[in-house]
Design a protein around this ligand. Structure first.
Ligand code: APR
Ligand code: PHB
Length: 407
């Protein structure tokens, strides 16, 4: 019996609904997990507190590693991504009044990144899931996970005013940093590793053609700025601002004049401007919860780890987690093999920590820290020059940026 039929039963009055994997959260992690499981014949139900419209419009990062693109394409949700995604073979670092290109084609031959907005990935996944008859329940509330350490964990929730219960073999906590899954694990089980940074990122989406063919990471005395893009007509920009900065302090004119001041730092470069479509401030933090599992509750994506956005690794880590989890759950459903499930946390954490280091390193390389003295600033400039001049240092940046194969 399919899950869709179960929910039809629930609508007729049943309060407890059975599925194999209950998934909390319809971000990239939860949606992709449901999609990959469905391809293996494993039932799942996705529960999301927000509306479909909200998750499809939420602007996030947009850099996909090759491995992420391969996973999406191989699972049949890559058609629009291949058509509309912008393949980039390098990035530019800008500092000291000069441009320094990190040339992927020379440093890491055959590997590239694809620029494609995270909410586009989300739209493609929702469409594929609904077409396949999967249950993705939006606007649920009161989500609680019980019995994570038993063989039959349950997720209680409210949907359209009715209290319901999902009876599962496994629960996947894909509900992001502010979700409830981590808190369903008893105190003392998880160890947290955290770093707060003394600044935030102000993100801006604007209707304007890119002023550069590739992403520009610019380090200036005024702070960091990033020129990214979404389509040939829409760009994404970021500015380093004070931690917990109020967006009200950043009218559009100020955003543009600051972006110009931080990006027009090399001869001959002019930043084109246009109408601002969206803007907001996001915290910059590093966070890891270990282990990424308790009993039959598996954490994936931002629920388990956050990286500073400088290396654009967040979405790629989420995709890797659910790829590993899908393999592990498939092995269990095929013949009761628990070894991959037992290895889940350690397998994911190897990539998580590599990405943590890289994101922290790139953040330190490019940002202005208030407490830096002249000595620190000289060290930072020396390291920037080393990355620009040394083939070995540039290769290290490039191979981390396009994504290392670790599992
Ligand atoms: N119940 C159900 N859903 C919830 C709950 C809850 N209690 N709390 C949060 N959610 C939902 C959020 O509304 C969101 O849609 O879980 C989803 C989590 O999605 P993301 O935050 O996008 O996290 P994830 O899927 O792990 O994707 C990681 O997203 O934050 C970016 O930079 C990050 O690119 C990375 C990617
Ligand atoms: C983005 O396009 O949103 C983006 C690009 C690169 C980053 C972070 C975000 O490092």
């Amino acid at each position: 019996m399919t899950v869709a039929i179960h929910f039809r039963l629930a609508r007729r009055g049943a309060r407890v609904v059975r599925t194999q994997v209950g998934i909390v959260g319809a971000g990239p992690a939860g949606l992709l997990l449901s999609h990959l499981l469905q391809l293996r014949g494993i039932d799942s139900v996705v529960l999301e507190i927000r509306s479909r419209d909200y998750v499809e419009q939420r602007v996030r990062a947009g850099v996909l590693e090759q491995g992420t693109v391969d996973t999406l394409v191989a699972s049949g949700v890559g058609e629009r991504l291949l058509r509309e995604g912008m393949v980039h073979h390098g990035i530019e670092l800008r500092f000291g009044g000069a441009r320094h290109r990190i040339a992927f084609e020379r440093l890491v031959p055959g590997r590239a990144i694809t620029v494609y907005g995270q909410q586009e990935v989300v739209k493609d996944l929702i469409e594929a899931l609904l077409k396949a008859g999967r249950e993705v329940l939006f606007e649920v509330s009161d989500v609680t996970i019980r019995g994570a350490d038993t063989a039959r964990p349950q997720i209680g929730f409210t949907h359209r005013g009715r209290g319901l219960e999902l009876d599962c073999d496994f629960v996947a906590g894909c509900d992001g940093f502010h979700g409830v899954s981590r808190d369903a694990i008893p105190p003392g089980v998880l160890r947290y590793f955290e770093k707060e940074y003394p600044f935030a990122w102000l993100g801006v989406l604007a209707r304007v053609a890119p002023s550069s063919q590739e992403l520009i990471y610019s380090s200036t005395d005024r702070g960091f700025a990033l020129h990214s893009m979404r389509t040939p007509q829409v760009c994404r920009f970021y500015l380093q601002v004070r931690a917990r900065e109020d967006i009200a302090n950043w009218p559009d004119e100020r955003v543009w004049s600051e972006l110009k001041a931080r990006l027009e730092t090399v001869p001959g470069f002019t930043l084109a401007t246009g109408p601002v479509l969206e803007k907001g401030v996001a915290a910059v933090r590093s966070f890891v919860a270990e282990p990424m599992q308790y009993g039959r509750l598996y954490l994936a994506g931002d629920a388990a780890h956050i990286v500073p956005p400088t290396g654009a690794k967040g979405l790629n880590l989420a995709v890797n987690d659910v790829r590993v989890l899908t393999e592990a759950l498939s092995a269990w459903y095929r013949g009761g093999d628990t070894s991959l499930l037992e290895a889940y946390s350690a397998t994911c954490l190897r990539r998580v920590w590599r990405a943590q280091h890289f994101s922290w390193w790139m953040t330190a390389l490019m940002h202005r820290f208030d407490d830096y003295d002249e000595f620190d600033l000289r060290l930072q400039r020396s390291y920037q020059e080393y990355v620009a001049r040394s083939e070995a240092a540039a290769t290290s940046l490039a191979e981390n940026y396009v994504g290392l194969s670790l599992s």
